[in-house]
Design a protein around this ligand. Sequence first.
Ligand SMILES: Cc1ncc(COP(=O)(O)O)c(C=O)c1O
Length: 454
Amino acid sequence: MKTIIEPFKIKVVEPIRFTSDIERKKILQKAHYNSFQIDSEKVIIDLLTDSGTSAMSHHQWAAMMQADESYAGARSYHRLEKVIYDLTQMPYFFPTHQGRAAERILYGVLSTKKKIFISNTHFDTTRANIEYAGSIAIDIPCKEAIDTSSEYPFKGNIDLEKLEIHLKKYQNKTGAVILTVTNNTGGGQPVSMENIKQTRMLCNKYKVLLILDCCRIAENAWFIRHKEQKQAKKTYLQIAQEMFSYADASVMSAKKDGLVNMGGFLTMRDKKLAEECQNLLIITEGFTTYGGLSGRDMEALSVGLQEVFDKDYLQYRIKSTAYLGEHLDKLAIPVVKPFGGHAIYIDAKQLYHHIPPYQFPGQALVCDLYVKGGIRAVEIGSLMFGKSKNGKFIPAQWELVRLAMPRRVYTQSHVEYIIEVFESIKKNIYQSKGFKIIYEPPFLRHFTCKLKPI
Ligand SMILES: Cc1ncc(COP(=O)(O)O)c(C=O)c1O
């Protein structure tokens, strides 16, 4: 069948308020052309992030009603502990209020002296936490990832040759190797099991920790099963379990494949590392059996982490995201290929080739999407990752715009609407201009910076 049927019925609805393009122009101006500064009520389709935006199932809501909110040793903690142990087989587990709290704890502990962290690509909060702790984050995505139109199936892979060179160069200075699965910043591309295994072997050789940033582990498992022949007979859960088996520790923002609106965790195998993380957890997040979470958050997460590996859910999830990508591709919109699991990425440098990277072509598309259709997206390019060194602009590797699909939230007709908005934007592409920054904070500037059209 060609039609993708959402594998759920809708029981609760949230109305969408429609705005006109004249209203939206004013709203955007007031928000200083920063999509993070727009109120959600003024957004028609919100593709800002797939993080914390999932619709929960009735099983999750029911579990929340049975939560144990005790400070210490809550039943809800033990339920989550078991689900996470089944998945990761790691003996130490700490709940945190979201992914970056887990990152701050782990990378804070591992950043004794100035350490080097090497990754396929650090997510922005990962990089910020590493740099904030005084260490250095190096990205070495595989060569195939550079060409946004290549159909190479595992463009999330780390470059193994470069990894060995770096591990040799930074012997005794490497804090850890981090594999982000799927690679959010690099186009939502998956990492192959083979690449994870080879990374493990190099980490063994140079005695370095391997950490999985596993917030989209189920989506990555779908790609492994369908694109890596040797893995085709396994269930998605078995694939995820094997991925964890190669890691020493994991960091998860459960707001993605945990199918919850808030939550995260840390797991690890090493007792000493766990003790140090526990100290920091208690100081900054909360007691070990709740971290930053309430009992009901932990209940919802226990159920979400099981639902996410359901084959019908994953099929719908990956296919419905690809549906958007295929239709944009038919309109000759330059989309990153193959399509990612949680998002479609547009190559704004190609689409808005008249706008140079230092004028943020991605942000031009973000603003056009909002004015034309009330669609909120996010720039993942030089606004997010660009730097300036001695007054010289250093662009990001890519100028992408991410259309992140919230889980179980939008239907096929919402997607048809997004496609129509792109059709209209494409007709007037040369009317769009770039932007300049008029205010920026020292870290993670894209969240709060102010912009002005050129
Ligand atoms: C790959 C990756 N790691 C870490 C994080 C941080 O998680 P959180 O937003 O829960 O702090 C994100 C969030 O988008 C992410 O995509």
